[in-house]
Design a protein around this ligand. Structure first.
Ligand SMILES: Nc1nc2c(ncn2[C@@H]2O[C@H](COP(=O)(O)OP(=O)(O)OP(=O)(O)O)[C@@H](O)[C@H]2O)c(=O)[nH]1
Length: 870
């Protein structure tokens, strides 16, 4: 304590020479006077300025809301304050490293041991100096609830829960720079979310570096804070996030709104977290993450019909019987009469509950339509108009419709219901193909009762995912249909009785088609053989007789069979097959069997390579001609799989299915399993693309385009539109390129499935890969004596050719997989791979699985069929 005379001396030195000392009552202690005297030999006590906005924040809004109490900033706990410990408390040293700097600032000093279920005191690495810096923090004001049951929003646990108070002094921010120039989570957490500063910082941050310990091992997964995106390794995640009462947030970010880019990951546990916490904890953390108030949408984030929502409107929309699922912040339009809902300037996306009093009045230009046809005052889009026409709704220009939520419609002012738009199954199907919403099926038209849903919590109905569309393309014969059928066997519904009947007819008529190709070939071979024989004979004797002409060759058949052959070939030539078969199938079955087994026909079959269009499945079916032709015949799964033309009557087929893609942690959901993700597989063959890909626009919202190429096509020829023959691999490449360049697939990931690997392997020795000019520079690393290794190299080579092509067009990376579509396991693997791609695509912005993705993509050595981006 300075004596009176010392103070007097000090004051005299501060004042200009000769100035009188103020008397005691005029001394103003509140104003600091700049010291101008000589340097002092002792430590001057300092107080860093306090940033009012930072002190006392954040206060957990949830607890306030639930308790109804007036918000009170908790008193500053001097023991946790860096100011009190480090600046004032005598640790007169700066943290030695960024790592240490972060450690010293860590508020949570306890760690949950998931195995023992106990809370441990953490002593970090055991360095004495570090413990000194942080020692007193271990019993700080931020305890972690033992056994780490995360707190539900609104829970108030006396003396246990972090009502966190953080300081943010100017000096703090300076110190926060990590060695790589990035910022520690503390400073980011105190910034308002969404500030440009915050986003620049998160871009600067190296995503693989743990924000707490600085571990930069890229192979170690990191868990990201939902607010500030700070990433933590498995050693630090619990220390940095505590018991996660609002899910994955740094302790200092609790109470803050989440980064909207991460909304889709709410409640989805990462693999790393599932290793660190027990299943029960995960369940509670994920639930808290989805349901706590701080993580919900805020009304100001939603603009409906040009107006920002109010709190009660948000409540109405989220609590209605059919709310918009997976709602994200944005601008939307809503037609309260029909329930149609869409993004501003876009076609309808969903049908939600009607008659909600939310947002402004539906504007005419809400969906940016330009058809001059109006539905409830909104000018509809081209796709909608097309569907209305297909549904036989008369809609010339300037028609104004009034459409109600049950689908009934009338022309404005006519008071006369003309029909029901979604009444016909075919219209619903068309809508589904054109990605237009249809009302949910409610049995016998019974409307859903709002009270049925009143007890559901919001996240429960946000769970129902929308359908992920997968578009499957390929040249004819590439195996798309086989892939589709395998997917149906694997994940879809069984074929119905009518479908089975159709399949049976297709198989039976295919059999006649194969036989006719073979008989035509036989005729040709016979003629050639006769000519050869005659010319040889002629060389020998110099004469030609009628008897010689009729001399049988190995391709000759008897008269009876010849009659049948001529008759069948005539029918095929006139295209009348459908008129005769399958009605006559049973009758002619013995003849088909006899002719197929005839040695001359078998000789012709030996030369099947020369017979254009004779697939290798011909033998599979012809060998069983009698069985297949019988009335009792029921195609087996194998028959269906091998049968050509079963799926694509008019070029497009689709099926809905669900994948069990729940994580291995799914057992934790036993009592309340999350819904399965729904997929729609749409299969289009190249025949369906002949009209200039125009209607591809209808598939602009597909999640993945799966393009199928038969590897074994590299030595095949294919007739082009102009009638010329082109190498079939090149024809496939052309089709692939035209799809990749198509504007509606601009941001859609492509997966290339290189199919028929088995046939490719068999072929490798017979025809060099360079038969296809695109593969002219293929040179295997070393001579290979077995097809297996050679095919493997050739496969990688082809994959890379396609990847390079794709990259040159899109600047993106192509995913490549290898399939043998006849092998069900191979198809299952391919679809699992595609499912992963969709997940990665969903999460690529916040790359929770960044490392895993790299792992599995790069490990092409251990998992040869799949090649991800290099
Ligand atoms: N060896 C082999 N054959 C296959 C494979 N995938 C399909 N096939 C066969 O190739 C032929 C053509 O396959 P499809 O799936 O029918 O070809 P598509 O042109 O897409 O379909 P369609 O509309 O039926 O013509 C069929 O005989 C299939 O059984 C495969 O991986 N290996």
């Amino acid at each position: 304590m300075a004596s009176e005379s010392t103070w007097e001396n000090m004051l005299r030195r501060m004042l200009p020479a000769g100035a009188p000392l103020p008397d005691e009552e005029h001394l103003d202690y509140s104003i600091a006077i700049e010291y101008a005297g000589p340097p002092v030999t002792y430590d001057v006590p300092r107080v860093d300025p306090l940033e009012i906005s930072a002190a006392g924040a954040p206060i957990r809004t949830s607890s306030i809301a639930s308790s109804g109490a007036i918000p009170v900033a908790m008193p500053v706990h001097n023991r946790v304050s860096r100011f009190s410990r480090v600046r004032n408390g005598g640790f007169n040293r700066e943290p030695r490293s960024p790592v240490e700097s972060q450690r010293s600032s860590s508020v949570s000093r306890t760690q949950f041991d998931s195995r023992s279920g106990e809370v441990e005191r953490s002593d970090f690495s055991g360095e004495v100096a570090e413990r000194e810096v942080t020692a007193d923090l271990s019993d700080s004001a931020v305890p972690v609830v033992p056994n780490s049951a995360p707190l539900r929003s609104g829970d108030v646990v006396e003396g246990k829960r972090p009502i966190t108070v953080t300081f943010h002094t100017p000096r703090d921010s300076e110190d926060d720079h990590d060695y790589d120039g990035s910022l520690s989570p503390r400073s980011v957490a105190t910034e308002p979310v969404g500030s440009p500063f915050a986003s620049v910082r998160s871009q600067q941050k190296k995503r693989w570096i743990c924000s707490r310990c600085g571990n930069g091992n890229r192979l170690k997964e990191k868990e990201a804070c939902l607010v500030c995106d700070s990433r933590y390794c498995s050693n630090c995640v619990l220390k940095a996030m505590g018991s996660m009462p609002e899910g994955r947030k740094c302790v200092s970010c609790i109470g803050m709104p989440i980064d909207e880019l991460k909304r889709s990951t709410l409640g989805k546990c990462s693999r790393m977290l599932s290793r660190v916490c027990s299943p029960l904890e995960i369940k509670q953390i994920m639930r808290a993450e989805k349901e706590c108030a701080a993580n919900q949408l805020r009304p100001e984030q939603l603009i409906v019909n040009g107006r920002q929502l109010r709190q009660e409107e948000l409540g109405e929309i989220l609590g209605c019987p059919i709310p918009p699922q997976k709602l994200k912040p944005g601008r939307y339009w809503y037609d309260k009469d029909s329930g149609l809902w869409g993004k501003e300037g876009e076609k309808p996306d969903k049908i939600i509950s009607s008659k909600l009093n939310i947002g402004g009045k539906l504007p005419m230009e809400a969906s940016n339509g330009n058809t001059r046809v109006y539905m409830n005052g909104r000018e509809i889009t081209k796709v909608e108009l097309r569907v209305l026409k297909l549904a036989n709704v008369q809609c010339p220009r300037d028609t104004h419709f009034w459409v109600y939520d049950d689908g009934s419609y009338e022309e404005e002012g006519q008071n006369n219901i003309k029909g029901n738009i979604w009444g016909k199954a075919s219209t619903r199907l068309i809508c589904s193909l054109f990605s237009l919403p249809v009302p949910p099926n409610s049995p016998s038209g019974v409307k859903e009762n709002a009270t049925n849903y009143s007890t559901r919590s919001v996240p429960e109905y946000l769970e129902h995912g929308r359908v992920q569309k997968l578009l499957l393309f390929g040249m004819e014969g590439s195996g798309t249909a086989t892939l589709f059928k395998q997917a149906k066997f694997l994940y879809g519904n069984k074929f119905s009785t009518e479908e089975m009947q159709d399949i049976k007819l297709v198989i039976q008529s295919n059999m006649y088609k194969y036989l006719s190709i073979l008989l035509e070939g036989r005729e040709q071979f016979e003629e050639e053989a006769e000519k050869e024989f005659t010319s040889l004979d002629g060389e020998g004797s110099g004469s030609e007789t009628a008897a010689d002409e009729n001399k049988p060759t190995i391709y000759s058949i008897n008269q009876r069979l010849k009659h049948f052959s001529n008759w069948l070939l005539d029918i095929m030539a006139t295209g009348d097959l459908e008129n005769f078969f399958p009605a006559a199938t049973r009758e002619y079955a013995p003849m088909v069997d006899e002719i197929w087994k005839d040695p001359a026909v078998q000789e012709a079959y030996k030369r099947r390579e020369e017979l254009h269009n004779l697939p290798d499945v011909a033998k599979y079916f012809l060998d069983r001609a009698i069985e297949i032709s019988s009335n009792e015949y029921e195609p087996s799964e194998k028959d269906i799989l091998y049968a050509e033309g079963v799926t694509q009557s008019n070029g497009v087929t689709f099926m809905d299915f669900s994948f069990d893609d729940r994580s291995p942690m799914s057992e934790i959901y036993n009592d309340n399993p999350p819904p399965l993700t729904k997929y729609q597989l749409i299969c289009i063959n190249s025949k369906g693309l002949h009209d200039g890909c125009k209607w591809l626009e209808m598939f602009e919202d597909v999640r993945v385009v799966i393009f199928c190429v038969a590897l074994s096509d590299y030595d095949q020829m294919w007739p082009t539109g102009t009638g010329e023959l082109r190498n079939k691999m090149l024809a496939s490449r052309d089709l692939f390129e035209s799809l990749v360049r198509h504007s509606c697939f601009k941001n859609t990931p492509f997966v290339l499935l290189l199919n028929k690997y088995d046939a490719f392997e068999d072929k490798m020795n017979k025809a060099p890969l360079s038969t296809c000019e695109w593969f002219g520079d293929f040179c295997p690393v070393r001579p290979h004596h077995n097809n297996h290794a050679l095919a493997q190299q050739a496969y990688y080579y082809i994959a890379v050719r396609f990847k390079d092509l794709y990259y040159s067009i899109t600047g993106q990376k192509l995913f490549v997989g290898q399939t043998r579509a006849r092998d069900r396991a191979s198809v299952d693997e391919a679809f699992k791979y595609i499912r992963e791609i969709i997940k990665w695509d969903d999460e690529k912005d916040d790359d929770i699985y960044e490392i895993n993705q790299e792992d599995s993509f790069y490990s092409t050595e251990t998992s040869p069929p799949y090649i991800g981006p290099e």
